[in-house]
Design a binder for this molecule. Sequence first.
Ligand SMILES: [Zn+2]
Length: 320
Amino acid sequence: MAAYRTPDSSVNDSPADISPCFYLADHPPLGGTNEVRYALDMPELPEVETVVRGLRAAGLEGARIREVRVRWHRTVSGLTPAAFVRALRGRVIRRLTRRAKYIVAELDNNRHMLVHLRMTGQFRLEPPGTRADLHDRLVLTLADGRQVHFHDTRKFGRVCLTDDPRRHLATLGPEPLARAFTVAVLRQRLAGRRRKIKPLLLDQGCVAGLGNIYVDEALWQACIHPARRAATLSLAEVVRLHAAIRAVLRRAVAAGGTTLGNGDTNFYSVAGRRGRNADRLKIFRRTDLPCPRCSARIVRIVVSQRGTHVCPRCQRASPS
Ligand SMILES: [Zn+2]
């Protein structure tokens, strides 16, 4: 495997997070830099996994797409809306999977539809005859009349079609919940890296699927300060971090993801349910509350321009 490298000076988790098909079509990117970062960050692996499971549970695997309406042209990336409609109409969705924060729909003509929810994208399954609302950017009508609405208040979500999903997703790092993601793999990804551990974990080319919530949670669980240089982590720390990343993600998947607020822009499952993981977060957005492990007061700091939550007692800034 070729060694994975990005410039150590890079603090932004920007273009590496999105595959070329999304990025090129969006160039120049979305707007204010914070907006871009958050758009790329959320939802994270557990939320996207929850959406994929919801689409499967709704019987979308095996469903034929009868009609396609593009209601916001930029939602479709790399194709004109008319070409997208022609390419998708009449196709059967064979399989729905997830890679990093992408939803991957394999079609019956061996093309793949890739979806990145980017911040406010949601899928809703609606009964026949439902009128699309203002924020529905894409509507697929299935052969049985049901409608799949891609609802996206902020319009950052993107959908594209590709014959070669591997090429589009080639820059992504390993799946942290896959069996192949071993301590040795994580160790190799961090070895020699001068970057701070938090931005490195946010970089989708290092490990796929993590964003601000789960990186803060995993680093807290592993007792590692987010501003530590990756290369300074001891083997024991890498072992702890590996276990923490997997535990934090597994717990969130089991809870159906994390929904933080109450508005339309927050995360909801295909069935319209809130993720139950917010109550289980140990450190994220718990500034001034006691650390669940040592009772010290949780603080919010900024690491590589990202709001970051740490326990100043459990997570020491210098290597232990
Ligand atoms: Zn603590």
